[in-house]
Design a binder for this molecule. Structure first.
Ligand code: HEC
Length: 328
């Protein structure tokens, strides 16, 4: 089932989503204490890009990923804390099998390697809500984003991005994106692999597939959506949302709302959006299967200096997935 060259995975043809108009979300408060949560360890990934993770010389699980259908989560869930500790410093990483070079050339002194989070999803028949409790620990001020201490982001796909299904956020994180190893000073944002004409170990550069091909891909649901809460202790949260396709594009005004509280070292963040999506947004419905990835920027960081999760699945109401957005 794996193509020989995963860098150029084929696009799958999927019926277009119904284009529904998104509106602002007025919703009743959910009693989150009554919703079951799951622990998700978010870890610091350094410069581990899509291309890095798919290269056996860089990440030894690459061959099993490409040829045996082993997804990232299958090997790595449970190891995130150690992975983060390895990665957050500019030191060689030591394994039973030997040493691997650092993947963090510009470490932030004193930064924790991981953040433990508890994640809950719910829906009220009109809105989808995600609630994340986490302790970010003592975070040095990286001064990369002076406006916000912390940003909490959830990425979604309607299972229509084959790379995201198997590798979550790494599908969008390329070696030539801003602050990554092959960026050479470029300001490239996240992008999905199939949108680019050619991918090499250094990423996809700036050459895209023909416009007609891109339009068909997008209409087929080959894009990611992100919801973000931008927070400072003691201030109301600000919400942002957007898509990742050939680049990251913010959707304005934000169809997502955000609420956040900070007490005793714990952030509690809730993001809410209508189940119905717009032209460039996912429509969530019972019976559908979705994929999610979570990221937290803590300590005034930006770009890649965040904590990330491996890929998880999501269904609404009931069913088999990592997360069930329970009906409230
Ligand atoms: C078959 C198991 C396996 C799979 C599948 C796998 N990995 Fe790995 N990964 C490893 C091993 C083993 C290491 C330890 C370093 C090495 O040997 O390269 C590692 C190291 C890493 C590291 C560095 C962490 C550290 O502790 O230094 C990252 C980041 C990583 N993998 C990400 C991924 C991503 C992303 C995917 C999916 C595209 C993935 N891995 C799939 C086995 C796997």
């Amino acid at each position: 089932m794996m193509t020989r060259n995963f860098y150029r995975m084929p696009t799958f043809v999927i019926p277009a989503l119904a284009a529904l108009l998104a509106a602002g979300s007025a919703h009743a408060a959910v009693d989150w204490a009554s919703v079951p949560g799951k622990d998700v360890a978010l870890f610091y990934p350094g410069q581990s890009s899509y291309e890095w993770a798919l290269t056996a010389g860089d990440m030894s699980g690459a061959t099993a990923f490409r040829t045996e259908g082993k997804d990232c989560a299958a090997c790595h869930i449970g190891e995130e804390k150690d992975m983060g500790e390895h990665t957050v410093v500019n030191k060689a990483r030591t394994f039973k099998t030997g040493e691997k070079p650092s993947i963090e050339p510009t470490p932030i002194a004193g930064k924790p390697g991981s953040i433990p989070a508890t994640v809950k999803f719910a829906n009220d028949g009109t809105n989808l809500m995600v609630h994340i409790d986490f302790k970010e620990g003592t975070q040095p001020d990286a001064k990369q984003d002076p406006a916000f201490a912390t940003k909490v982001t959830v990425m979604f796909s309607a299972s229509k991005v084959p790379q995201f299904n198997r590798m979550g956020c790494w599908s969008a994180c390329h070696d030539d994106a801003a602050s990554m190893a092959s960026a050479a000073g470029a300001a490239r944002t996240k992008y999905l692999p199939n949108t680019h004409a050619k991918l090499s170990r250094q990423g996809g550069g700036d050459a895209l597939k023909p416009a007609a091909e891109l339009a068909a891909m997008k209409a087929d649901g080959y894009f990611l959506e992100y919801w973000q809460a931008r927070v400072n202790p003691g201030a109301p949260a600000q919400a942002a949302a957007g898509t990742v396709f050939d680049k990251r594009t913010e959707t304005k005004p934000s169809p997502v709302t955000a609420e956040a509280t900070f007490a005793n070292g714990t952030w509690s963040v809730t993001l809410t959006r209508k189940l119905a999506g717009g032209a460039d947004a996912i429509s969530f419905a019972p019976g559908g299967k979705y994929q999610v990835g979570i990221a937290i920027h803590a300590g005034h960081t930006a770009q890649r200096f965040h904590y990330v999760s491996f890929e998880r699945s999501l269904v609404l109401d009931s069913g088999a997935a990592d997360f069930v957005a329970v009906k409230k």
